[in-house]
Design a protein around this ligand. Sequence first.
Ligand code: ARG
Length: 501
Amino acid sequence: MNPKKWLFPTLLAMVVAVGTIAHPFNTFPGNAQSSVGKDELVMITSPDYPPYEFYNTAGGERKIVGFDVDIANTLARELGFKLKIQESDFNGLIPALQAGRADFVMAGMTPTPERKKNVDFSIVYYEAKDTIVSLKGSNLKTPADLKGKNVGVQLGTIQEQNAQAIAKKTPMQIKQLNKVPDIIQEIRAKRIEAAIVEDTVAQGFIQSNPDLEYVEIPSEEQSGSAIVFPKGSKLVEPFNKVLYKMKGSNELETLAKKWFSQNTTALDAQKATAAAPKKGGLNINFGRLSLDDYLFILKGIPTTLLFTLSSVFLGLIAATGLSLLKISRFKPLQWFANAYTSVFRGTPLLLQLSLIYYAIPQLFGFDITPLQAGVTTFTLNSGAYMSETIRAGIQAVDKGQSEASMSLGVPYAMMMKDVILPQALKNILPALVNETVSLLKDSSLVSTVGVVETLRASQIVGANKYIYFEPLLTAGLLYYLMVMGLTSAASTLERRLKRSE
Ligand code: ARG
């Protein structure tokens, strides 16, 4: 027996398949690479920050809009570049610059001495102040009032630092959340009493949520937003030039008025649909979502399916290779396959995903798109699980089969391919379907690295409309329908195979 014969073609097939299947993913928004020297600039932002940057889901499109986006478009136009926009949670923005994933960040980011150690900043293009946001009538007016309270801040922001500074004098519990809309939701759910949020952002959320109020925190220090670049970027100077020009020509002020004045259209649209809690009864109403919102969520389905099917396909190839190693007589191959399985089964999938997504650019210097990272992780992980199933399936095939093949002089590879594996596959089909179903549901994990699939799409809609329940239930229903479709297809296949016995 010579499993090595199998190993090479299997690995080759995997590489080719990942290459071809992953290629079209590059066309998904948010999958660009840093591109100085080309005609396109990649900006990365955290679109949870209206009116600086947020998702406009009108028309079911996924489009990031806002003050920062308008400025970025002007900058790119003036400098003769096309602009591509990527997204990440706020605390992933600077790491993304360092990994070479983007040319600059615009996310209402404030220059601070610590950040300046790692990145370069443009001039400040907009000034801002911190505020305390709380439920109306809670009477939290100064930092001293926050004593003993639960206070929400966005992870990785200067608001988090400022809260920590306050907590040194006035003990309070700080709760760090990934997204600003989540913080606002936490206040309304009464899980936290207050939040520290920048003034213009607070103002927008208060307009949409009349049950909230905010007060400015007096401070001598000026903070504000600047554009962020990788250290030593050649873009800082030309960007500053255009920014000065925009300041001089009042273009910046006009944009600020457009986005920050009381009756901004975007904010009005959100206000109209903001969830006003009903008195009494079940507070649930699917009519609060527009047709566009539902379309937006539905558009996550192809991504979910593409992701699941390619991971299952590649995972199956990897698993077959691994299971052959496991039953090989050559010990080191067995050891390798077993060690591999134990590592991938012994660590959390989410951790593997973050490691692959963030570590590959750092270690090997080439960018990997969120979807490629997802498919790679899920292929490697499900390969480990399925290899056990396949190994058991192979070993369950009657010994007489392989003995007969061998005595007829059938070569190992041919015997495996034509005799053993087809029988094994038939027996383990239900187990493989199980694995596919879990993959389909676990695919929602790629939302954490910025892939807009079904779950993430529903979260975006929820964040825009300040409602949580209805979009999530919609996503839940869609997942359920996809799983149902999958299992019924599988049982048809199983029946066919039975009949052909
Ligand atoms: N200005 C603050 C900072 O630099 C908060 C920015 C948050 N931006 C966002 N897009 N969520 O830390």
